[in-house]
Ligand binder design. Structure first.
Ligand code: ADE
Length: 333
């Protein structure tokens, strides 16, 4: 077959097999099409490895999920959602899902490799970020969220954190950086796919995109107040997390920090955070608008003008929205 006759020996290696116009694009892939290398991350049900396409030499991040473990723990539904959500995405700020395949033991997702790892690593090392860097990453994250929502998905776990809770051996990370230090959002394992009708509604703030999702998903520090109230969760939950990320890039800390998850939840419910004095006025304003308890009143909700209104905020004054992913990322050092 075409898949097996390559063997990496052809004189010309076409590395554009992941281009939809390439004749091999639609071919199914199998486990032995790739070499497997370094472990990039491990979760409860999955391991992410560097994978190399034997025929083209191109490297990917390959997520390997343990079937028995998934079935035993009733996670089949979430794996399907992750796959479905990822396959709806087509955006430079979001990891692309190229192929899936399986063997007796595992399912495999072949994804974009984000070679510079977690944004969190840089936040830990380098914060406070300067305003320029913060704006750049915030803008890329916002465009990515906009795309996710436009494809009828709520991510529900946007975070730079590598949350090291002992109960979760998972080292989940949803904001990664590629070769050129541009962001790649990943980890759609907590995502919610919105019904067509829900997504289609050009809501006015009352109606909109609320879902009846009530289970706890996400990370304590970034969890939205509506989720803690067991209200319906909507797209605006991702904008709450977005506000938390901006705060954290500018200050080095997440806004609702405490010793235990319980105390974090208390603070979130009471909107108990302090705005650092040294935040520039436009940063104070955007963070305050995003950290609004009521999702209907939160900045970026349909009633407040949607994500376009966020883009027009003075914080993003000099951002060139059309060219950010092709521009040079600010030097991170
Ligand atoms: N860890 C988890 N997913 C990854 C990816 N796509 N690239 C690099 N590291 C990862």
């Amino acid at each position: 077959s075409l898949i097996n006759n390559g063997g990496g020996h052809e004189p010309t290696l076409n590395t554009d097999v992941d281009d939809p116009s390439h004749p091999l694009y639609h071919h199914r892939r199998i486990v032995t099409d790739f070499d497997y290398g370094e472990i990039l991350g491990e979760g409860s049900y999955s391991t992410v490895l560097v994978g190399r396409d034997k025929r083209t030499g191109k490297q990917y991040a390959i997520k390997r999920l343990d079937k028995a473990h998934i079935v035993k723990n009733n996670k089949v539904k979430y794996v399907m959602i992750e796959r479905d959500a990822l396959s709806r995405m087509n955006h430079p700020g979001i990891v692309k899902l190229y192929w899936t395949y399986k063997d007796n033991r595992s399912l495999y997702f072949v994804l974009d490799l984000a070679r510079n790892g977690e944004l969190y690593t840089y936040i830990r090392r380098l914060t406070p970020f300067d305003l320029e860097t913060t704006k750049f990453y915030a803008a890329e994250i916002l465009l990515s969220i906009e795309h996710i929502h436009s494809r009828g998905v709520i991510h529900r776990d946007i975070k730079p954190e590598n949350n090291a809770k002992p109960t979760h051996k998972a080292s989940k990370k949803s904001i990664l950086l590629d070769d050129n230090l541009h962001i790649k959002i990943t980890d759609f394992g907590s995502a919610k796919i919105i019904n067509e009708s829900e997504n289609a509604s050009l809501g006015d703030g009352e109606n909109t995109t609320a879902t009846s999702a009530r289970s706890f998903v996400g990370t304590a520090e970034y969890v939205s107040p509506e989720l803690l109230r067991s209200d319906a969760v909507s797209k605006e939950a991702d904008l709450w997390a977005f506000g938390c990320v901006i705060y954290q890039m500018l200050s080095g800390k997440s806004p609702f920090k405490a010793a235990t998850d319980y105390l974090i939840f208390q603070k979130i419910k009471n909107l108990e955070y302090t705005m650092p004095n040294d935040f520039p006025p436009s940063a104070k304003d955007i963070v305050q608008r995003l950290l609004t308890s009521e999702p209907e009143k939160r900045f970026g909700s349909a009633a407040t003008g949607g994500i376009d209104a966020i883009k027009e905020h003075p914080f993003f004054e000099d951002i060139d929205w059309d060219n950010i992913f092709t521009s040079n990322a600010p030097p991170l050092r």
